[in-house]
Design a protein. Structure first.
Length: 149
């Protein structure tokens, strides 16, 4: 069945979060790159073997070895240390597109990360339920890692 205008709300998904980090802007940005890339873990603390090429057009992907893996996104925009933006399928193996933005700004006592994930397409209810928890855990790891430096 082809979706109609009335059912478009079922095809969209958005998460927004603000993360207050007690660390300098540059330190927080570097922690973000580390935690999205090689420091990325699942909820059990096991490495996801993520790679991040931090330049425009760079890949963000899961490297399973032997030339196997999964492309999550491409870096759509990067402006150190205030912006990191991705576009791509993320973890999905179904037709949908995502835009993920991390905007960082200096605030009194540290850095404010404004996170936004917007998706359009066919998503399972399981993914819709799991993504907010997954991003919250990821963003908490970024915060902890930056504040520990």
């Amino acid at each position: 069945m082809i979706p109609t205008i009335e059912s478009l709300e079922n095809l969209t998904f958005e998460i927004q979060q603000e993360i207050h980090v007690e660390a300098p802007l540059e330190t927080t940005f570097e922690a973000l790159l580390e935690q999205l890339g090689p420091g990325n873990e699942n909820h059990e603390g096991k490495s996801l073997h993520m790679k991040l090429e931090p330049w425009p057009g760079g890949r963000w992907y899961r490297d399973l070895g032997n030339d196997d893996g999964h492309l999550w996104a491409h870096v759509q925009a990067i402006k150190r240390p205030t912006l990191l933006e991705f576009a791509g399928p993320l973890m999905g193996s179904f037709p949908f597109v995502n835009n993920v933005q991390y905007r960082l700004s200096e605030v009194n006592g540290g850095t404010l990360i404004t996170f936004r994930h917007t998706a359009l397409g066919l998503m399972t209810e399981e993914h819709k339920k799991g993504m907010p928890m997954g991003w919250a855990a990821m963003n908490e790891r970024v915060k902890r890692f930056a504040e520990a430096r």
